[in-house]
Each structure stands twice: as structure tokens, then as C-alpha cells.
Design a protein around this ligand. Structure first.
Ligand code: IFM
Length: 841
């Protein structure tokens, strides 16, 4: 392969340093393809195997391709190419097994706590994708023999994974392989898999073991009892397992259709072993013979929404699911796939209507990647379930939901698919039970949301022990579940944003007010009176910057608690006027007697750190600005994350002015959207000052950090930096580091890709109840189109560097502000702005 860099041929076998790689990025050309990650060695010794420009014509910027196989970098494609439909998610491990693979199949909401000292997590279900293939009796593996023309590809548009290559066995037999699979968006319980093997030169004996393998665990932790296995009519395989503690039945059914040169050949041997049931198929292929296999699987659980709470009958679930499998299998892979593909087109691509014309094709691809995973990760079908920090693509964070949802993912759904946003907020509404329990257990009132949430009633599920402490060699204590408390007001913020953008009054009456009142009640009980300073404080917390533990008055936490209580007061006033009977019933239910006056008194005296007089910097907490400073260059330039832990333990990091992720900065971005927008303490000048103070001290060691900095950088006119930060956040999963996604994709950062494009570059934002659209596109973005939903109406937007068109799809009036001017339209309006106006804004 030759690579040209401005007419220079680069040596692809050379190892590049981080700086060299960064300086080449975007200037590397494969003969006729630009903006492609080419196969070249990286500083970390891995090989960049990803290519984003194989899609041509209609498929341009829709394909993520792996252009060579390496069994040392399996995690990257397993996670980034993972498939799913919100009901279930599966890592894209290859059909043939490898030592360092991670095979995962998760069904949302099926949490189980394996033992008293374990944490509840999504159990890894039985595997249905593994195929043990032997060619002339030898194990088929890409680590053996020779492979040519290897391509593994995720088509983001059709949500289908394909893999093809030619392989010469160690004995010299040449074969062509093709694999395909999808997880249906049309029927949430269906997985389709297809394989073709063609013998190119010789006659070969092919044997395949295929079935259901429940010899799985979560990194060794076993969540299932042995279960029951059966094969019906030598054709339909069924495996039933029950989780050890939560008692959830999981029923998997699978069946195969085999054809040689188009003729069905279904002879097989049946086998069973512990936690495993499978069939062995054997074929003799002559030169040019083609073997085709279709495998259709269904997954059902007793936790499925359609399962009746009363009168649940496992036998019925087994019978119904088996019947459903037969009918799906009769339709066959192609027809099932067609329905799935149509579902993606209608439910996703037509709805979001997203297009981006950028000189850097990678930008559009990254945004489609974001929309793809936002769909795959989200349980749109069931409001009892949330979104895990690693989605359904890996064991990382155990399927638990964090503030990642409300602050980084929910905004996408609020603006693009409000029904799903509502479902995600209902998950938190159901979580009030666990939140109230947590408050009580900690000696507070109201609802104190868990830092990590699993099944809504579980309450706090954050593990207590983490990585090694490099000084003591002991396990590090994880404090977040005890003292990272801002999640409670982040959820209230989510309700506020949903209410303002959608205008969904019914949701507020039924659920929203209750969440906001009860969370505000928690804060009122949480504040501590400082007699000496004559103010309320919030002590002993962790803010978004998790490198600072047990700190006092984290600005983000205090301001957000203030917002939460002020919001409750506003809603209270509003209800008193508009719906006193609802207010009365909520007062009774939540015991809000005297609460309003408490909120009033406490918000007046709550300590909100002011910007410093000398430089407008808001202290991140009581001590941060007095901590020692060290040279952070080495960590700022790291090729991976959290390298500071190689030199310092948590206690030492606590004593240094170093920040893990956007902390004070996110405050500006959130509060600007609210009724506090005019507060001088979060003015643009203060925002700029804080950006310049904190960015050099922030290591972006959490994937949540870059997007906030990217949005704020764009706001303050640092456009080039904003784009670079955006690009880096896209590279969290799509970049050259082949191991960053091993534990799963980064759900919040993926939501953040969309946020940066829409709230950042396209400048679409809620400001104190108003829609504002103030675009500031990167220089090389020529046009961006997408649909948002505002007050129940879809609005089509098209933005170029100097114009904005707004189309009110239902022809209902929409008002918006752009660069200081108000506009309204009930049809279509074009606004043209000069570059001058944008620059001076
Ligand atoms: O919620 C985040 C947190 O802010 C940083 N650590 C990882 C968590 C899950 O993504």
C-alpha cells in the first residue's frame, strides 16, 4: 500500500510518534481517498486498522471498515461495531474465537447481583455467534494460514455487520468467506446471522459446530444457574436460564438453514454439554461449491415489558418464543434484514434527517456514528430502563446509568425524539423509590439519586472498590457512590430542559414536578449551616472533577443545588396559580409543608463562589486555587488517559491543581440555558476567564470532558480549538488508539458528538425558555441540515456559514432569536447574517 503525503510516499511500516501522527492526521492520502486512518503502526505499538472512506456513492460516510485483521486489537471493532436495538446489544466478536476476544450479549434491564459482595450488573447472556469451523479437520482461524482482501464493515445506515476475505488454509486450500449479521430494529427479539463459504481450488471437508453457548460470565462472575437445554426435531435449539438473584428467566431459541449450491442440506449431529447445546454440520465442498448458512435467533426474558406481571408462565414464554422463531426462520435472513433496514430508514434516518457537508468527510461519518449508537444503546421500548455508560457494548460500568444520561445523551432525545426522552425521564421517575431510600439511609429528606443506577428500585449501586493504589498496593476506595451528589440536580436539569423544549405539560403534572420538588427537598436537607460565615455550604463532596475528593463547596455542585431549589420554587409558584389542586396533592404526597419557605431562606444564604476579583476565576472548590501546581505537559500530551495515576495516587492528586474533566466549565453551559442566564457570575467574560484558567489544568481524562470544552471554546471564539476538541472527542472511539474502547464505547462522549455539532457549531440552544440559533460553523463546514422538535413541532433547519433556514413542518408558529434579533415564522424563513455579526457576537 502506498501513501502519499503532499507527493511524499510515507513508509507505512514506520512507527509514528503521537506528534507525528497528529501532524499527519488529515493530510494523509491513500491514492484517491482522503481523511482515512491508514494502516500504520502507532506509538503504542498497535496498528491502526480502521478506514472510514470505503463508502462510495450512496454509501459515502456510512461505512466503518476494518481493513486488516489483528488478534491483538479485537476490542476496538467488537465495541465500535457493536450491534443492538436498545432491547439488546451485542459486541461484534468474530464468529471464530480468539484468546483476547470479549463476547457479550446483554439484554437491557436484566440486572443481577451474583453475590452479597458483588455489584448488580447486566449479565452476559449465552453466545449465539460463535462458530467452530474446521477445514479438513483443522481449526479455522485467521491466526493460521494466509488471509487476503480482508474487510470487516459496519454499515451505519443499515446496521448490518459484514466480514469477507479469502483464506488459504495451512494445508494450502483456498476458500472465500462471507459473514453477515444484524440485530433487528423491526422485531426487537431477533438476531440474524449468515455465512457463506466457497471452496475456490480444491475439494474440502468443512465442519461447523453451532448452537447456544452459555459457558459465559462477566469477567468470571457467574450470573446464571445451569438452566435447561433442548433441541426440538433436530432443528430448533432452546436454552433457558435464570439469573441467580433477580430470578429473571432468559429464553434463547436458535435454528439453522444450510444450503450447498442453493440446495438445502440439513443433516446434523446434536450435542449437549454443561451450559451448552449445539449441532455439528459436515459437508464436502468440491471446487467452486458454495455453502450457505442462515442462523436465526430469538431472545426473550421474563422481564420483557409484554410479559404480564401477574400470572407469568415460563412454559408459555418457551412455547410462544419457539413458535415466533419458526415463523422468523421461515422468512429467512434476507427478508428479516429488509424489514430491519426499512425500520432504520423510517424510524431513524428519515426522522433525524441529518446531513453535513464538510471538507473533512470524517465529520459526517462521526455524526452518523453518534446517531447509530444513540439508537442502539437506548431502551426506547421500556421506561423502566436507562442507558449504561458503556451502552450495551461491553462490561465496563456494569450497565449502570450515570449523569452521562441527563447531561450528555438526553439532550439529543429531547430535541430529536421527545418520546424517547420522556421514557428516559420516566426511568428516573421510577428511580425515585431508590433515591428516597438513599436519602433516608444518609440521614436526609426527599430524593437523593444514586450516582450509579441499575434497576430503578435498586438505589445506589456504585461499587466500593476500584483500581490499584500505586503507593499502597491496595484497592482504591470509590467514593463517588457516597459523595458525588450533583447527579440529583443534573436530573432536575433534565426535567427542566425537557419541559422547556417540548412543552409537555402532562409529563410535568404526572411526573416532572414530583421529581423536581423531591430533589429540591433533598438539597434543603443536605445544606450545612456555617455559623462563622453565616451561610449554607455543601461540604465533603466530589464534583464532576473526580480527581478532587472530599472537597467543600464545589462550585458546580453548589450552583446546581441552587438551581434545583430555585426551579422548585418557580414550579411551586406556577402551580399555585395554574393548578392549585395538583400542588396540594403533591404537597401532601411529598410532605412539602414549610418547604417553600425553607427553599427561599436557604437559597438566599447558600454559598455560591463568586468569580475572583483579580481574574474572574470561579474557585472550583474551597481549596483548589491554593493547591500546588506541577508541570502537567507530560499528562496533557499522553497518548492514552489517566497516566497521572502512574506517578501519583488519589491522595496525592487531591493536592495538585489538576482536573480530570470539565467541572466549573460545564456550569456555564448548563446554567446559560436556564432562568439564571442573566446572572453576571456566568457572563461571557467570566466564562472566557474560566476556560483559560481551567483548560490548561484539565487532562480530559474522562471522555465526558472534551465536548463541554469544545462547545465553550466555540462560544468564546476559539473556533480552531473547538473543532480540534470536537475531532478529539470523535476519536475517543473512532481514533487510532486501538484499545480505548475495549470495555465498551463511550456513551456520553457519543451523545456529546451530536451536542457539539448542534448546540456548539450550529448554535441551537434553549436560553431561558427561548429557542436561540446562533451558528458558528467550523470554516470547512459548508452546510448542516437536521430536524429538531420544538414545542411539539418538528422544525427543519439548514445552516450554512452565513445563512439559516427554518421550516415549521406543522405550519405552527415558531419564534427564535438569532444574533440579537427575534424572528417568527409559521412556514419557512431564511435569515442571512454577515460574517461580521458572527465574529462580533
Ligand atoms: O459519569 C462519568 C464520570 O463523570 C467520569 N467517570 C466515568 C463516569 C461514567 O462515564
Amino acid at each position: 500500500m502506498t501513501i502519499e503525503k503532499q507527493h511524499t510516499i510515507l513508509d507505512v511500516t514506520k512507527t509514528f510518534s503521537v506528534d507525528e501522527y497528529n501532524s499527519l492526521r488529515g493530510r494523509i492520502f491513500l491514492k484517491d481517498n482522503k481523511n482515512v486512518f491508514v494502516k500504520m503502526k502507532t506509538f503504542s505499538g498497535g496498528v491502526i486498522l480502521l478506514n472510514y472512506s470505503r463508502g462510495k456513492g450512496d454509501l459515502k460516510n456510512w461505512l466503518i471498515s476494518e481493513i486488516d485483521f489483528s488478534s491483538n486489537a479485537l476490542g476496538k471493532c467488537e465495541a465500535t461495531m457493536s450491534l443492538g436495538n436498545g432491547y439488546m446489544g451485542m459486541r461484534s466478536a468474530t464468529e471464530e474465537p480468539y484468546i483476547h476476544e470479549t463476547r457479550n450479549l446483554f439484554v437491557n434491564g436484566t440486572f443481577n447481583k451474583a453475590a452479597e459482595n458483588e455489584v448488580t450488573e447486566l449479565p452476559n447472556l449465552a453466545d449465539v455467534t460463535r462458530l467452530d469451523i474446521r477445514i479438513d479437520g483443522e481449526r479455522f482461524s485467521l491466526e493460521l494460514g494466509k488471509t487476503k482482501n480482508y474487510i470487516r464493515q459496519l454499515n451505519l445506515k443499515t446496521a448490518e455487520l459484514t466480514r469477507s476475505f479469502e483464506w488459504t488454509s495451512p494445508k494450502g486450500k483456498e476458500l472465500r468467506f462471507l459473514f453477515k449479521r444484524f440485530i433487528s430494529l423491526d422485531n426487537l427479539h431477533v438476531i440474524g446471522l449468515k455465512m457463506e463459504i466457497e471452496s475456490l481450488t480444491d475439494s474440502v471437508d468443512v465442519s461447523i459446530d453451532t448452537g447456544i453457548n452459555a459457558q459465559m460470565s462477566n469477567s468470571g462472575c457467574q450470573h446464571f444457574l445451569e438452566g435447561e437445554r433442548r433441541i426440538y426435531n433436530n432443528q430448533f435449539i432452546q436454552l433457558i436460564q435464570t439469573t441467580t438473584e433477580s430470578n429473571i428467566d432468559v429464553v434463547l431459541n436458535t435454528t439453522h438453514k444450510m444450503k450447498v449450491n442453493g440446495k438445502e442440506v440439513n443433516d446434523s449431529e446434536m450435542h449437549m454439554a454443561r451450559r451448552k447445546v449445539w449441532q455439528t454440520y459436515q459437508f464436502k465442498l468440491l471446487p467452486n461449491d458454495k455453502l450457505e448458512m442462515e442462523k436465526v435467533t430469538t431472545v426473550h426474558t421474563s422481564r420483557d415489558k409484554e410479559i404480564p406481571q401477574e400470572g407469568y408462565d415460563l412454559q408459555k414464554l418457551r412455547d410462544d418464543s419457539l413458535q415466533a422463531l419458526q415463523s422468523h426462520a421461515d422468512k429467512g435472513y434476507d427478508s428479516l434484514f429488509q424489514r430491519h433496514k426499512d425500520a432504520w430508514q423510517q424510524k431513524i434516518w428519515n426522522k433525524y434527517n441529518f446531513e453535513l457537508a464538510s471538507d473533512n468527510d470524517f465529520d459526517e461519518l462521526a455524526l452518523r456514528f453518534s446517531l447509530y449508537h444513540l439508537t442502539v444503546m437506548t431502551p426506547a421500548h421500556d421506561e423502566r430502563m436507562g442507558i449504561g455508560a458503556k451502552a450495551l457494548s461491553g462490561e465496563g460500568y456494569k450497565g449502570h446509568s450515570f449523569w452521562d444520561t441527563e447531561i450528555f445523551i438526553l439532550p439529543f432525545f429531547i430535541y430529536s425524539n421527545p418520546e424517547v426522552a420522556k421514557s428516559l425521564l420516566l426511568y428516573r421517575y421510577h428511580g425515585l423509590e431508590g433515591a428516597r431510600r438513599k436519602a433516608l439511609e444518609n440521614g436526609y429528606e426527599g430524593a437523593m439519586y444514586p450516582w450509579e443506577m441499575a434497576w430503578p428500585t435498586d438505589g445506589e449501586v456504585t461499587p466500593e472498590w476500584g483500581d490499584i493504589d500505586i503507593v499502597t498496593g491496595e484497592q482504591t476506595k470509590i467514593w463517588t457512590g457516597f459523595i458525588e451528589q450533583h447527579i440529583t440536580s443534573d436530573i432536575a436539569f433534565g426535567v427542566y430542559q425537557y419541559e422547556n423544549v417540548t412543552g409537555d405539560k402532562q409529563f410535568m403534572d404526572d411526573y416532572g414536578y414530583e421529581i423536581v420538588f423531591d430533589t429540591a427537598k433533598f438539597w434543603a436537607s443536605r445544606l450545612e449551616w456555617n455559623d462563622e460565615k453565616h451561610r449554607y455550604e455543601i461540604n465533603n463532596v466530589i464534583g464532576p472533577d473526580e480527581y478532587k475528593e472530599h472537597i467543600h463547596n464545589n462550585a458546580f455542585t453548589n450552583y446546581m443545588a441552587y438551581f434545583n431549589m430555585k426551579l422548585a420554587m418557580r414550579y411551586y409558584d406556577q402551580l399555585k396559580e395554574e393548578n392549585p389542586s395538583l400542588l396540594q396533592s403533591l404537597e401532601r404526597k411529598l410532605d412539602l409543608d414549610e418547604m417553600y419557605s425553607l427553599w427561599e431562606k436557604k437559597t438566599k444564604r447558600l454559598y455560591l463562589p463568586n468569580p475572583r476579583e483579580e481574574d474572574s476565576v470561579i474557585p472550583q472548590d474551597d481549596t483548589y486555587l491554593q493547591l500546588k501546581e506541577i508541570d502537567l505537559t507530560k499528562y496533557k500530551e499522553q497518548d492514552t488517559v489517566r497516566t497521572i495515576y502512574r506517578d501519583y495516587n488519589p491522595e496525592q492528586i487531591n493536592e495538585i491543581q489538576v482536573t480530570k474533566q470539565a467541572d466549573t466549565l460545564i456550569l456555564f453551559y448548563l446554567l446559560e440555558q436556564t432562568f439564571l442566564a442573566e446572572d453576571e457570575r456566568i457572563s461571557k467574560a467570566v466564562k472566557r476567564a474560566n476556560f483559560h484558567y481551567y483548560e490548561p489544568r484539565t487532562l480530559h481524562d474522562s471522555s465526558l470532558s472534551l465536548v463541554t470544552y469544545a462547545i465553550v471554546a466555540n462560544d468564546i471564539g476559539e473556533e480552531a480549538l473547538a473543532y480540534r476538541l470536537f475531532e478529539k472527542s470523535c476519536e475517543t472511539d473512532l481514533g487510532p488508539m486501538m484499545h480505548t474502547s475495549d470495555e465498551g464505547i463511550h456513551a456520553a462522549s457519543i451523545g456529546g458528538i451530536w451536542k457539539t455539532a448542534i448546540f456548539g457549531f450550529a448554535g441551537v440552544r434553549l436560553v431561558n425558555g427561548k429557542l436561540t440559533i446562533q451558528p458558528r460553523l467550523p470554516n470547512h463546514w459548508k452546510e448542516i441540515k437536521f430536524t429538531i422538535h420544538w414545542q411539539g413541532q418538528p422544525i427543519n433547519l439548514c445552516i450554512t456559514p452565513t445563512s439559516l433556514t427554518v421550516e415549521a413542518v406543522n405550519k405552527e408558529k415558531v419564534e427564535f432569536e438569532s444574533y440579537g434579533k427575534m424572528y417568527e415564522c409559521d412556514d419557512f424563513i431564511e435569515v442571512v447574517f454577515s460574517e461580521e455579526v458572527i465574529k462580533n457576537s
